[in-house]
Design a protein. Structure first.
Length: 330
C-alpha cells in the first residue's frame, strides 16, 4: 500500500509536468499584458505535429522541437493579428484555439495507429536512490526534470532579473514603460512567441510519453488548455502557485481513479469530472485573502473572530493591469 502511494505521487509529478510548462508559458505571456486563449488548440496541434515529426525522423528531440516550433508559429500569428492588425485578443485567441483543434484532427488522420519513439525514465544517479524523495522526484523522464528547471528559471527571471522587471512594467504600466524607452509591443511579441513555444512543448510530452500515439479526438487532450488558463488565473500569475495548481489538478485526478475502484457505487463520470471544479474551488480558497470583500467581511466580525485572520494579506496577486488591453504607441 505504501509503495503504491509513492508510485502514485510520482505519477502526479510526471503528469503535471506538461501542465506546469504550459502554464508557466501562459503566465509569461499574460505578464506582458497579452491574453492568449489559443492554448488548448496549441496543445492539440503541437501534440500531433510533435508525434508526426518524431515518427518521420525517428527522433524524440525533433518531435519536441517541432512542437515548440508550431507553438511559436501560432504565437507569432496571434501577435501579428492582435498587435500589428489591432484585432481583439479574445476573438483571435478563440478562433485560433478552435482552428488548431480541427486542423490537428484533420491533418493527424494519417498518423493514427502508427508508432513513434517514446521517451523513457532517466533516473538521476544517487538522487533516485534516496528513500521516498528519490522515487517521487528523481526517477522521471528528461522532460519532467525540464519542467522543474523551467519553473525555477521563470521565478528567477521574473523576480531577480532586469528582463523580468521590464516584463512586469510592460504588463502593469505600458505607458510608463514606453516613456522610459522600452518598446512595449516588441516585448509583448517576444513573450507571446516565447510563451506559446512553451505551451507547444507540452503537446509532445503527452503524445510521446504520457499518452503515447496520436488518436485524434480520442487522444484525451481536449480541454487541457482551458485548465492551463484557469490555473494561470487562479494561481495569481505566480509561477510557483501556478505549478502547485497543476500538481493539485493531477492529484485530484489520481484520487478520482482511486475512489473509482474503491467506491463502485458512485458513477465513474462524476469522479472523472470532479477534479475540475474541485481544483478551481481549492485555488479560489487559497487566494481568498487577496480579495477586497474578504477584508470587508473580516472587519464586520466581532473582535474574537476578526483576530483569527491575519490583518496583512500575504502574497497579494492580481492580474496585470493592462491584461488584454492593446497598446498604441502613437
Amino acid at each position: 500500500m505504501e509503495n503504491s502511494i509513492w508510485v502514485g505521487l510520482a505519477g502526479v509529478i510526471a503528469a503535471g509536468a506538461p501542465i506546469v510548462i504550459a502554464a508557466v508559458g501562459e503566465t509569461l505571456t499574460e505578464k506582458s499584458g497579452m491574453l492568449n486563449l489559443s492554448v488548448n488548440g496549441i496543445i492539440l496541434i503541437s501534440a500531433m505535429v510533435g508525434f508526426a515529426a518524431a515518427y518521420k525522423s525517428e527522433s524524440l528531440l525533433v518531435g519536441y522541437l517541432a512542437g515548440m516550433a508550431i507553438g511559436a508559429l501560432i504565437g507569432a500569428l496571434l501577435a501579428f493579428c492582435t498587435i500589428a492588425l489591432e484585432q481583439s485578443q479574445v476573438a483571435v485567441g478563440l478562433v485560433l484555439a478552435f482552428l488548431c483543434k480541427d486542423l490537428s484532427y484533420f491533418l493527424g488522420n494519417d498518423f493514427m495507429g502508427v508508432n513513434a519513439p517514446v521517451i523513457h525514465s532517466a533516473p538521476i544517479p544517487y538522487l533516485s536512490e534516496i528513500p521516498i524523495i528519490g522515487r517521487v522526484f528523481f526517477n522521471h523522464t528528461v522532460v519532467t526534470y525540464m519542467s522543474f528547471i523551467i519553473l525555477i528559471a521563470a521565478v528567477i527571471w521574473l523576480n531577480r532579473t532586469r528582463f523580468g522587471l521590464i516584463l512586469r512594467s510592460v504588463g502593469e504600466r505600458p505607458e510608463a514603460a514606453y516613456g522610459r524607452g522600452i518598446p512595449v509591443n516588441k516585448v509583448r511579441t517576444i513573450y507571446i512567441i516565447m510563451g506559446s513555444a512553451l505551451v507547444g512543448l507540452a503537446g509532445p510530452i503527452y503524445s510521446l510519453g504520457l499518452k503515447p500515439g496520436w488518436k485524434g479526438s480520442l487522444t484525451g487532450l481536449d480541454g487541457i488548455g482551458w485548465i492551463v488558463l484557469a490555473i494561470t488565473i487562479f494561481g495569481g500569475w505566480n509561477p510557483v502557485k501556478v505549478a502547485l495548481g497543476a500538481y493539485l489538478f493531477e492529484l485530484l485526478r489520481w484520487l478520482g481513479l482511486i475512489f473509482q475502484t474503491s467506491l463502485p457505487g458512485i458513477p465513474s463520470q462524476v469522479l472523472q469530472v470532479a477534479p475540475f471544479p474541485l481544483m478551481i474551488l481549492t485555488l479560489l480558497l487559497v487566494n481568498i485573502r487577496n480579495a477586497e470583500w474578504f477584508d470587508t467581511m473580516r472587519r464586520t466580525l466581532p473582535p474574537p473572530f476578526s483576530h483569527l485572520f491575519n490583518n496583512k494579506r500575504r502574497n497579494r496577486s492580481a492580474a496585470p493591469s493592462s491584461l488584454g488591453i492593446p497598446f498604441k504607441s502613437g
